[in-house]
Design a binder for this molecule. Structure first.
Ligand code: PRP
Length: 207
């Protein structure tokens, strides 16, 4: 039995879609239930940022999570496979009329991705003050709380509709299959079998 942590929302649905293709049967969570048990798999529905935590603590053997979350958390997990779904970018955004001035001391950056933001600006030797937010990041520059944001851009609609533009792209992200280190040893055969199947449906062929 393998326990799989999935991030609530579209990525969970798309991942279950991949499992449906592989195993030729439906995997559907009932109404508000957070656990789905099947013969071979138990699926858990968790918040996106919590997926690595469930896997790290061994509550799930494997999980599906954005590369951006993995980068942000830097946990001791195995990054098995890029599932090629949930593609997005982590970008620096500003108001349309603003420009990033690298010489301005203490540029204020609002973000939910503090580590990614801090690392990025320190690699450019830019002194920043990071303001941690939990959502609706695009609002912060509009009310003068920050000079720029670091946030996820998928379609670009949220930034556009709020009069913001992408000034720099920090990284590309997509959903990755991750594994707990102990599970990868104790359930290696089962996990690698699933890995092969997922690799085939994600990449169209075996490597
Ligand atoms: C994410 C992200 C952006 C938006 C980008 O937010 O933080 O706000 O999606 O998508 P787009 O480029 O397609 O418009 P999410 O919906 O996860 O909500 P949040 O504001 O609570 O983080």
């Amino acid at each position: 039995m393998i326990t799989v942590a999935l991030p609530k929302g579209r990525i969970a649905e798309e991942t279950l879609g991949l499992f449906e293709k592989i195993f030729d049967k439906k995997f559907i969570f009932e109404d508000r239930k957070l656990i789905l048990k099947d013969k071979e798999f138990t699926f858990l529905l968790v918040r996106n940022q919590d997926v690595p935590t469930y896997v790290l603590h061994g509550a799930a053997d494997i999980g599906v999570v954005g590369l951006d979350v993995l980068e942000e958390k830097e946990l001791d997990l195995i990054d098995l496979l890029d599932l090629q779904i949930g593609k997005c970018k982590v970008c620096v955004g500003m108001k349309n009329e603003d420009k990033l001035d690298p010489n301005k001391p203490g540029i204020k950056i609002a973000t939910k991705m503090e580590n990614i933001a801090r690392k990025y600006f320190s690699s450019k030797a830019m002194a920043t003050t990071i303001i941690k937010l939990y959502g609706s990041i695009e609002l912060a520059p509009l009310v003068g709380m920050c000079d720029a944001i670091v946030d996820i851009v998928e379609t670009g609609t949220t930034m556009k509709q709020n009069g913001l533009k992408v000034v720099e792209t920090i990284m590309h992200s997509s959903a990755h299959l991750i594994a707990n280190k102990n599970s990868f040893i104790s359930k290696k055969e089962e996990i690698l079998k699933l890995y092969d199947e997922l690799y085939k449906v994600c990449n169209g062929k075996m490597h």
